[in-house]
Design a protein around this ligand. Structure first.
Ligand SMILES: Nc1ncnc2c1ncn2[C@@H]1O[C@H](COP(=O)(O)OP(=O)(O)OP(=O)(O)O)[C@@H](O)[C@H]1O
Length: 811
């Protein structure tokens, strides 16, 4: 710890040894005097004094005061004015204040002050732990801490996953302040030897109601178990519940309720204008498109209920070029992509971000003009947090909620109950537009988009079906056929539901091999994973949704969402798509499976189109003229004019003849109808094919299982147990790691890769086998073809942050 005076002293020219010791003693004495004065001032502080208006009116050490000044924080906000004095006095705090009202400083300032007054050093270990529900929010808190704490000498770190556990573990022991997500922190507390939290002075839960929520329950409870009971605890949120059970779980001692806006007439900022539009589900995308086209010079966030909704809307709208930059963010993206999207959105002036609730809470994007809620939020609290991304700290903002007619009455009641003022508006007739035709043709042209659409449709219907609040979400009232058609889908995907799921649990369900922003791995899940030893066949057959060829689509869509398909698994648990792929898709996917790791596919020209030779099977095709015809363009009838130039027949049609055929709009409709019929017919055929292939796959898997059972009796399959004998961790290593790390990329790939089962079985074998030759082949394959996510692919800004964390407060 080096207060200002100390630093100046150390800059002096060389002193004799005795002088140096004397200077050090003097410095320590000054610090002690300083701390004693601060303690006395805090004792004498009247927390209710009306004179407390600015940070300078508080008994803060000069290092914090200097950091606040340099960050241009002078006047206290309401919540800071009430919470900071109480926290300085050592009280446990339960703080609730509107979004954007400055809660972050309300807990960060007391954290710095408490450690300063305790003269905390690196040797004292972890002094304060700040828990956030999402990575984005954790990074943001860390940045604010870095800004206002720049003059202190505490070390601070971020524990949010995205790095190997080992790498993080090495640094943990040196940290005085940690900002973390619950799942990752628990992993360290459970697994990192020598990570001592016995000295912890302060625990902070930002967005506390979310952290105490069902999805995080087991992780948070387990985490609290590790912490000493004798500590100061602070909980903050814009929507704070005072559940006695929560307070007991956290062992809060006689907490002070800081609820500065309780008497306010609205729960949302007064500078926020809030509207809602009622429209049938089938008009949602049209309305959103119309809105974007009318607000090109704005910064907009559009919230959807699931990552799949986000991806479909993003991919479809991007292809239709709305005239404003589009970004998308959801919890299944890689951490690098997520950080890049947040920083691009922060920096841009006119931009639209399609997002899930991963950025609904706490995230402080500057100057957002509009928050659109394209899908109704699960409850009024989520509504309040989402709209809170605009109109932050005295700035203005506008929010629009899209409601389905069946949701209107129920949700308005919920908002009224929470004191949210909102007005109904209508879309102007001349601004109404339909994009169904465009979406239909895009889905027709691109199987990838159609596939995303089907998944988005399913995830939406699933979320509505699962919602607890049945007075708002009425599944039976939705016109699903019209909705599917409005998304451009050739038919309504059939779905079946399992009973007993919970939307909140699902939202926080662990993702294999990938730790998302709001990831929490159930303690019990982790234990059972460790205990149950599975064979490679178990792993292979456990993998669900093998018929959804996601890796294929991932390649079509680019690779920014390596883990995005991981959730196919949880989806397949719950409901299944009766029909997903078209004939072409299956062909392509099968070929891709065969192509394996071929790196440089050959391309040959066939008529106007290109045929990519990326598999042995395709190469063989070249030898059969008849089969090749399949890939040739359909012949078009051409007519030669007087000069001998060829034209398509319609170009030479007489205008009068053309007019006789009827109005162009009708012709167009007829054309669309004919094409749509073709798609429907193709759909029926596809269904049959998919059914047959599924059955075939099931039979194959069964046969293999039988083989395994038989083989288990024979001596040669003692391979697995041998492995276990030689290396007791071998099997454990082959299990998916909870919360997953980037250096677990192999596992990630396997878990998220819905390749055809034949291919995957091979991968599992290779990964588990002791055969060195096979291993070598596998590693070569990875090097040449498949993407391997390297551990050191850290985002620049995160790395910078981490680097700075080591010595937070050096000038
Ligand atoms: N005293 C202050 N003076 C000026 N600006 C401030 C002050 N306190 C906070 N701010 C600014 O207000 C904005 C919102 O602050 P913060 O993110 O802490 O809000 P919050 O209450 O945590 O919001 P949410 O409930 O959405 O998490 C930030 O941009 C922050 O820099």
């Amino acid at each position: 710890m080096a207060p200002e005076g100390g630093k100046k002293g150390s800059a002096n020219q060389k002193q004799p040894h005795s002088n140096k010791t004397e200077a050090r003693t003097l410095k320590r004495k000054r610090e002690q005097d300083d701390v004693a004065k601060l303690k006395q001032a805090i004792d004498e502080l009247d927390v209710k004094s009306p004179d407390i208006k600015n940070f300078t009116d508080l008994p803060l050490c000069s290092l914090t005061a200097k950091g606040l000044r340099a960050s241009h924080f002078e006047t206290l906000t309401d919540v800071q004015r009430v919470a900071i004095p109480l926290a300085l006095k050592g009280k446990d705090i339960l703080g609730a204040a509107k979004t954007g009202s400055g809660k972050t400083l309300a807990f960060l300032v007391p954290v710095l002050e408490k450690l300063y007054r305790a003269q905390w050093t690196e040797l004292d270990g972890l002094g304060a732990l700040i828990i956030s529900p999402t990575r984005e929010l954790a990074v943001q808190i860390f940045e604010v801490l870095r800004k206002i704490g720049r003059n202190h000498t505490f070390s601070a770190g971020l524990v949010i996953g995205g790095k190997s556990l080992k790498e993080e573990a090495e640094r943990l022991g040196r940290m005085n302040i940690l900002v973390c997500t619950p799942g990752r922190m628990l992993q360290h507390l459970d697994q990192t030897a020598g990570f001592d939290v016995d000295n912890l002075q302060m625990l902070v839960l930002d967005e506390a109601d979310r952290i105490m929520d069902l999805g995080f329950q087991s992780a948070v409870d387990a985490l609290i178990e590790h912490l000493p009971k004798d500590r100061q605890t602070m909980l903050f949120s814009a929507t704070q519940s005072k559940r006695v059970s929560d307070l007991a779980r956290l062992s809060l001692k006689d907490p002070e309720y800081v609820s500065v806006h309780e008497e306010a007439t609205s729960a949302t900022p007064v500078t926020l204008q809030q509207h809602y539009i009622v429209m049938p589900l089938a008009e949602k995308l049209d309305t959103l498109w119309g809105f974007l086209r009318s607000n090109l010079k704005s910064k907009i966030i559009v919230f959807f209920s699931s990552g799949k909704q986000v991806r479909f809307a993003y991919e479809a709208f991007k292809r239709m070029q709305p005239g404003i930059s589009l970004l998308h963010l959801h919890g299944r993206q890689k951490q690098i992509a997520r950080l890049e999207v947040t920083s691009r959105f922060t920096a841009a002036k006119y931009v639209c971000l399609f997002a899930t609730d991963v950025v609904a809470r706490g995230v402080d994007f500057p100057s957002v003009d509009w928050v659109i809620q394209a899908d109704c939020p699960e409850d009024a609290d989520t509504y309040i947090h989402r709209v809170g991304r605009t109109a932050r700290y005295e700035s203005k903002g506008r929010a629009v909620l899209f409601l389905e007619p069946s949701e209107e009455a129920g949700f308005l009641k919920r908002l009224e109950h929470k004191k949210v003022p909102i007005q109904k508006v209508h879309v102007k007739d001349k601004k109404k537009t339909s994009i169904t035709d465009q979406l239909q043709s895009l889905c027709f042209q691109s199987p990838d988009l159609k596939y995303l659409g089907q998944k988005a449709f399913i995830s939406y219907t699933r979320s509505i079906h699962l919602q607890k609040d049945k007075s708002v979400f009425k599944f039976q009232k939705l016109d699903l056929d019209a909705y599917a058609a409005s998304m451009g889908l050739p038919g309504t995907p059939q779905i079946k539901f399992k009973k007993g799921e919970d939307i909140k649990k699902l939202k926080n369900a662990p993702r294999h091999g990938f730790s998302s922003g709001s990831e929490v791995e159930d303690d019990e899940d982790r234990k059972s994973k460790k205990e149950v030893v599975r064979t490679k066949y178990d792993k292979m057959t456990e993998r669900q949704n093998q018929d959804v060829l996601s890796s294929h689509y991932r390649k079509l869509l680019g690779d920014d969402e390596d883990a995005a398909e991981g959730d196919d698994d949880d989806e397949a648990d719950f409901l299944s798509v009766k029909r997903v792929l078209g004939d072409d898709d299956l062909d392509q996917a099968a070929e891709e499976g065969e192509a394996g790791s071929s790196t440089q596919p050959k391309v040959i020209q066939l008529g106007k189109s290109e045929l990519i030779i990326d598999s042995n099977r395709r190469e063989k095709l070249l030898k059969s003229k008849k089969k090749l015809l399949k890939y040739m363009d359909k012949p078009t009838k051409m007519v030669f004019d007087d000069d001998g130039v060829a034209h398509p027949i319609y170009m030479l049609q007489d205008e009068e003849d053309f007019a006789l055929e009827g109005p162009a709009s009708k012709l167009r409709e007829q054309f669309v109808e004919v094409e749509a019929n073709k798609v429907r017919e193709a759909d029926v055929e596809d269904k049959e094919i998919v059914k047959a292939r599924r059955k075939e796959k099931k039979d194959r898997a069964k046969a293999r299982e039988r083989g395994e059972e038989l083989a288990a009796l024979g001596p040669q399959l003692d391979v697995d147990s041998d492995v276990e004998m030689e290396d007791p961790l071998a099997l454990l290593r082959s299990l998916p790691t909870p919360g997953g790390d980037y250096n677990q990329s192999d596992d990630d790939d396997r878990d998220n890769n819905d390749e055809p089962p034949k291919k995957r079985a091979k991968k599992w074998f290779e990964d588990d086998s002791e055969d060195e030759r096979q291993k070598e082949k596998e590693s070569k394959k990875r090097k040449t073809g498949k993407k391997v996510i390297e551990m050191d692919h850290e985002p620049d800004n995160l790395q910078d942050l981490e680097a700075l964390a080591a010595g937070l407060l050096e000038d």
